[in-house]
Design a protein. Structure first.
Lengths: 107, 107
DNA sequence: AAAATATACCTTGACAGACGAGGTATATTG
DNA sequence: CAATATACCTCGTCTGTCAAGGTATATTTT
């Protein structure tokens, strides 16, 4: 069983930022890593991922650069900015509070 | 601070079903009760509530009947069905799993 | 008595995020 | 040489939330 789109919604950006806190990475890899981390319970579909990247960049939470691969397909790397780190803390606070609230309602 | 629409999404139906497990109730009251339960952290907007009612009824998870008020505005009551109880258990399982998964990702 | 607020129901249309389906290009494997 | 894996991307659809609007009755305030 895997996490539904409707539950995922609202967490995509936080999940990506969290991953970028560990290290810079690129779309394809982030996708695979998150699936692996969660035993395939959470899959960010490509279209979802790329639209989130666009929002995050627009917001100034991430920056991008091209990798210097000489072989294989080019990779667009993402790195989290200082604002991104702060935004992540807010996302996390929101999550902790939402989690407690929903837990309280779903007795 | 209150729960965002994007996080709420996917939980509305479960929240309503959970409330109806306690007792039959009507829209206006459910709205107030949920706000009170959560100190205004979770507010299901009216339009959101009514569209959820429609989905839940369509799915056979709730049934409705008119109250027998002789004074004041009429009330449309909702009650949870057996299928609704089963659906609730599934929502709850989904939530427990999603919660663990997201917790794992937002380190 | 008139105006405002609370109780109670409802609909319509806009918006935004997730995603299916499609596309491009390179490298490896059978 | 066809298939699969790696890697990027876009377009259009779908669905749930919600702002804004509406109706009607009862109570409270001015």
């Amino acid at each position: 069983m895997s996490i539904t789109s409707d539950i995922l919604r609202g967490h995509t950006e936080a999940i990506i930022l969290s991953h970028l806190l560990e290290q810079d990475s690129y779309g394809y890899q982030i996708n695979k890593d998150i699936m692996k981390k969660t035993d395939n319970r959470c899959e960010l579909k490509e279209a979802t991922l790329y639209s989130a990247f666009r929002r995050l960049e627009q917001a100034g939470y991430i920056r991008t650069y091209w990798g210097d691969e000489t072989v294989g397909a080019r990779r667009r790397y993402y790195s989290i900015t200082q604002e991104g780190r702060e935004a992540y803390q807010n996302y996390k606070r929101d999550w902790e509070e939402a989690k407690a609230t929903i837990d309280q309602l779903l007795k």
